[in-house]
Design a protein around this ligand. Structure first.
Ligand code: KDG
Length: 337
């Protein structure tokens, strides 16, 4: 073998050894605190465990990841503000409470926007989800991926809700979000904006009659203990955003930033699977606890949908015309229209 071939072979071996890096990257020691409002046995817990395992492998244990549950570090908006100031690393939050930071996120609160989880995944993991995530860095927030809160259903302590009329006068807690407030006021309820961490006590004391959340939340946050009826309204699909503090993110190397994104996606897939698997179990637990669970007839659901159609026009200014155009175009493509 002549010297040129030897040099080429040596270069190839060096390149291969540098490309075939060990399972873990060259990273600094770091601690990541994760805030969120739900209980640890919610499917977000499954996602967090998977994300932590991924991070442990990719950093060879150099990072410490600690999750704090049930609003222990503050509510969603407070936690997101802490990320913006660089005093907290991560929050897993619904988009809805964060419209105070980025109003365009309200697009996900439009009633009956999505029909099923397949549409939700396609919209969030595609171009539109990236477009929405790109709105956040200017607020000092980085969205690592979208996880699933899910399709929201009404629970209450007064009566089965089987038609538009049944909403009348009900004191329903809604997230601190004008689109949900408009929707439930339009349905005829006495809508009460409230942070998630206050809902159980408000239901327990009778300060409110009702709330609306996915079955897995009604189950894992024990709302079924202080409610009597659940109606399968599926009136909105709420995503979780897995937000990281941009001031802190910017101190990470490109390799470390990639670990955060990659491992949040590992967590996403585990969390969505767990959320969908638990949903039917949660519904059964709600029924086993003695709550009356009802579906709503297609005819009555059509009347409910028609009643809240005006929310779209009233919300367009706050969400933004371009965002509305993009979501409609993306959904048409997803639906093959
Ligand atoms: O931190 C979890 C909350 O973001 C989530 O549960 C919000 O669905 C929500 C609600 O009803 O406030």
């Amino acid at each position: 073998m002549n010297w040129k071939s030897l040099v080429a072979a040596g270069l190839a071996a060096t390149l291969l050894s540098s490309v075939a890096t060990p399972a873990f990257a060259q990273v600094s020691e770091r601690t990541i605190r994760i805030a969120n409002g739900i209980a640890e046995d919610h499917p977000v817990g499954d996602g967090v465990e998977a994300m932590k395992a991924c991070i442990a492998e990719r950093t060879d244990g150099a990072w410490t990841v600690n999750a704090f549950w049930s609003s222990a570090l503050g509510d969603d908006l407070q936690s997101a503000q802490a990320l913006r100031s660089g005093t907290l690393e991560m929050v897993i939050s619904s988009t809805s409470p964060l419209v105070a930071i980025e109003p365009a996120l309200g697009v996900f609160d439009l009633p009956f926007l999505l029909n099923n989880e397949e549409e939700a995944d396609a919209l969030l993991d595609g171009e539109f989800g990236k477009y929405m995530a790109d709105l956040l860095p200017k607020h000092n927030l980085v969205n690592l991926s979208y996880w699933e809160n899910g399709f929201r259903n009404l629970s209450n302590s007064l009566r089965p809700v089987e038609s538009l009329e049944d909403f009348e006068g009900m004191r329903v807690r809604v997230m601190q979000n004008n689109i949900f407030l408009d929707t439930f006021q339009t349905l005829g309820t006495n809508a009460q904006p409230m942070a998630f961490g206050e809902v159980f006590t408000a239901l327990e004391t009778g300060a409110i009659d009702a709330q609306e959340n996915p079955y897995v939340t009604i189950d894992t946050s024990r709302f079924f203990e202080v409610q009597d009826y659940v109606s399968n309204t599926r009136h909105a699909y709420t995503p979780f955003v897995v937000l990281f503090s941009k001031p802190i993110f910017d101190t990470y190397s490109a390799e470390e930033q990639q670990i955060l994104v990659d491992c949040s996606i590992v967590g996403r897939d585990v969390q969505r699977t767990a959320s969908r698997a638990l949903s039917s179990e949660s519904l059964q637990r709600i029924k086993d606890a003695g709550l009356e669970v009802n579906d709503i007839s297609e005819e009555n659901m059509a009347e409910i949908r028609a009643a809240v159609a005006g929310v779209y026009e009233r919300s367009a200014a706050s969400i933004g015309a371009e965002v509305i155009e993009r979501v409609n175009a993306e959904l048409a493509t997803i639906r093959g229209e």
